[in-house]
Structure formats: structure tokens, C-alpha cells
Design a protein around this ligand. Structure first.
Ligand code: NAD
Ligand code: ZN
Length: 359
């Protein structure tokens, strides 16, 4: 069986395209209780973008601070209950921010029509009925959350996405102007998430002509942005990074991520380390699995004077390392892709613990 994936329905790309948001959502304003919910990264509170939101008096805006923690099931349930209790079913949800805000927007759009807690729906195809119209506007690029079929939530038991066809955005607006203010270190870590998506997608058994074409183009863009003559955080490179993120996401969708993501999930789940940062921490030490990719990654790190901490594992307990290795070990699909269907004969919990001890 080949994967039958759903893509974004509509995409606008271009500098200033954020100004089209009002016109784009206008036809949907007749749906349900005739109001829109805007979910915006708190970074933009009081900034120019706030005054550019195409609000009508009936609309609701939530500014959310994503820094205390990644999106949680409890946070989504509370937000959903508040939205429904105040004005009933909205016409649509517009998420303006990074991976965290886009995931919140995706989840809320599903949870306003599906009863009970979002913990019930963490997994593949567990959502029962379609959600409502939802729009994603990335303001930091690299995770590919704008194009993916999943919306990742941390719950009491697991960190797992609500993954189904209806999770995918109906509309995405890619305006490179919006990512200009991303702090330099995050610009690097998040861009490396894209680069690592491509390296992992390419290096495994599920790679194919379709995923390869996207990875090849996305990596070309990453090289221009992070290694080229005109590398750095420039307007032209921001255009490229938005497209690279999208294509990296499409590549892994039709293939799979690999060992770096398996290790990174352990770091995030047990230590609360952020996704893109933990990928960089892990990838730095995976030269035996991805020799060319890691060598090039190290060139990028050096070129941009990024300091990645070393020797972190000396502060971790054996129990923590064991717990992280178990999180990784459970990500069967990633190891399958990277090592082969017989990966359990080749990779043990102790081997994975040894990878964590390198970090
Ligand atoms: P993020 O949303 O966590 O934001 C990172 C930081 O950048 C925050 O401090 C935010 O306020 C700030 N920021 C955002 N835009 C900015 C701008 N234009 N200027 C200045 N600061 C800005 O970042 P992320 O790395 O894009 O997302 C990580 C989240 O994405 C995690 O919750 C992870 O679980 C999720 N994720 C989802 C998918 C998916 O497919 N759904 C894939 C990977 C990661
Ligand atoms: Zn990733």
C-alpha cells in the first residue's frame, strides 16, 4: 500500500501576501456562527502585524505565548471550550506564528467539532468528523508544520500528533516579510530542521523519486541560505527558506524522517528540549549514520558561529538516558526507514543509550 496523502488546498506565496488575508477569508465568513478566531504568537502583540490583522468587530483574537511550553492537550481543550462557550462554532481559525501556533490552530479547528478531550485523538485517523476551515500563516520557517498532516500535542501520557486528512490547512499564506525578525540562533536551528528532514528523507528505504525531488531542491536552497556566497539572514534568503521548509516537509511526508528525529524526540519528551534545537544537538554526533550530511551541517555551524553545547550527557542520570532511549526505540517507523525492517536485530536499547551518551 502506498501512502495517500492530502496536501494544502490553497497556497499564496510572496512578499506582502499577508495583506490578502482579509480577502481570502471573506467568502468563509458566512459559515457557522459568522466570526473568525485569530490565534497569534504573542511576539506580535503591540507590533505592526497586530494592526494589520483583517479583523471585523465580531472576531476574536488570542495572543499566545509559546515559550513556556510546547502545545498541550489541556491547553487545546481549554481554548476550545472557551471559544464554543463564548460565541459558538466559528467560521474559521487563522493561526499566525511558528510550528507551535500553527499546531494550536490545526488542533482547535478539529476539536471544535469533535467531542471530548484532545487526548482521545492523539494518533492516526482517530478524529471522527471534519473540523472547520483553517488557515496557517508561518512567521518562522523550517519545521514544515505549515504543510504536514499532523499537529503535535503533549498530553499526560504521550507527545503525539492529531494526524488525519482534516488536520491539513485549507489555506497557507507564505509571506517572507513575516520571518525577517526571527532571532539569529532560531533562524539557524529551525532552518537546520529542514536540512535534516531532507538528509533523513533521502537516507532510508522509503526514499523515492517523488520525495527525492523535493529533498534535492530544498537542500539546494538550504546550501544557498547557509553556505552560499550570499548566505545569511537576508530578504532573498528568507524567500528561499520559506520554500525550503515547505519542500522539506513534502519530502519527508512521502518518505520518512530517521535517526536524528528518533533521538531528538527522546530529548524533547524527557528533557523538554525544543524540537529544532534538539535535532541540532543530536545531528552533530550522527556522522556514522549520515557522514556527508553531518559534515556539511558542521560547515554551516562554523560559518554562522553557532555554539552547540557538548558533553551534555554527563549531567544526565542513567534513568534519564534509559527513558530517552525507550522514547526513541518506540519510533519504529523512523528506525525502519533508516536501518531497515530488521532494525531490531541491528539496533538495541543499549546502542541507542550509547548515542545519547555521545551528546
Ligand atoms: P515556535 O513556534 O516554537 O517559535 C519559536 C520562537 O520564535 C518563539 O519564541 C516565538 O515567539 C518566536 N517567533 C516566531 N515567529 C517570530 C518572528 N517572526 N519574529 C520573532 N520571533 C518569532 O517555533 P517552531 O520551531 O516553528 O515550532 C516548534 C513547534 O512545532 C513545536 O511545538 C513542535 O512540536 C512543532 N512541530 C510541528 C510539526 C508538525 O508537522 N506539525 C513539525 C515539527 C515541529
Ligand atoms: Zn523536524
Amino acid at each position: 500500500m502506498h501512502k495517500n496523502f492530502k496536501g494544502i488546498e490553497k497556497t499564496v506565496f510572496g512578499r506582502g501576501s499577508f495583506n490578502q488575508l482579509g480577502d481570502i477569508i471573506a467568502p468563509h465568513r458566512r459559515e457557522n456562527n459568522r466570526y473568525m478566531v485569530f490565534i497569534v504568537d504573542n511576539y506580535f502583540k503591540g507590533k505592526d502585524l497586530e494592526s494589520r490583522l483583517p479583523l471585523l468587530p465580531e472576531d476574536t483574537v488570542y495572543f499566545i505565548d509559546v515559550d513556556p511550553h510546547e502545545p498541550t492537550t489541556e491547553q487545546i481543550d481549554t481554548l476550545r471550550d472557551e471559544i464554543l462557550a463564548t460565541k459558538g462554532l466559528p467560521s474559521g481559525i487563522i493561526g499566525i506564528g511558528g510550528g507551535a501556533i500553527m499546531d494550536i490552530a490545526k488542533c482547535v479547528s478539529l476539536m471544535v467539532t469533535n467531542e471530548g478531550s484532545s487526548t482521545l485523538y492523539q494518533g492516526l485517523d482517530l478524529i471522527k468528523v471534519p473540523g472547520i476551515y483553517h488557515v496557517g500563516v508561518p512567521t518562522i520557517s523550517g519545521t514544515g508544520a505549515e504543510v504536514s498532516m499532523t499537529a503535535v500535542l503533549t498530553g499526560p501520557e504521550k507527545k503525539l500528533g492529531l494526524k488525519c486528512e482534516w488536520t491539513v490547512f485549507n489555506q497557507v499564506i507564505l509571506d517572507p516579510d513575516l520571518i525577517a525578525t526571527v532571532p539569529r540562533d532560531w533562524w539557524f536551528y529551525v532552518g537546520m530542521d529542514t536540512y535534516i528532514h531532507c538528509i533523513e528523507s533521502e537516507n532510508g528505504q522509503f526514499n523515492n523519486a517523488y520525495s527525492h525531488a523535493y529533498a534535492e531542491q530544498s537542500m539546494k536552497l538550504c546550501r544557498e541560505i547557509y553556505l552560499g556566497e550570499n548566505s545569511g539572514q537576508t530578504a532573498e534568503n528568507d524567500d528561499k527558506l520559506m520554500v525550503a521548509s515547505l519542500m522539506g516537509g513534502l519530502s519527508l511526508t512521502y518518505s520518512e524522517v530517521g535517526i536524528c528525529h528518533a533521538i531528538s524526540y527522546g530529548l524533547s519528551k524527557i528533557l523538554g528540549m525544543r524540537h529544532c534545537y534538539s535535532n541540532c544537538i543530536a545531528f552533530n554526533h550522527l556522522a556514522d549514520y549520515y557522514p556527508e550530511g553531518v559534515a556539511e551541517f558542521k560547515e554551516m555551524v562554523a560559518k554562522h558561529n553557532i555554539t552547540l553545547p557538548q558533553g551534555l550527557s554527563k549531567d544526565w542520570t542513567d534513568a534519564q538516558i534509559n527513558a530517552m532511549a525507550h522514547v526513541s526505540y518506540k519510533l519504529d517507523h523512523m528506525w525502519n526507514h533508516a536501518v531497515g525492517y530488521d532494525w531490531k536485530e541491528k539496533v538495541t536499547i543499549e546502542d541507542i543509550e550509547a548515542i545519547f551518551r555521545r551528546l
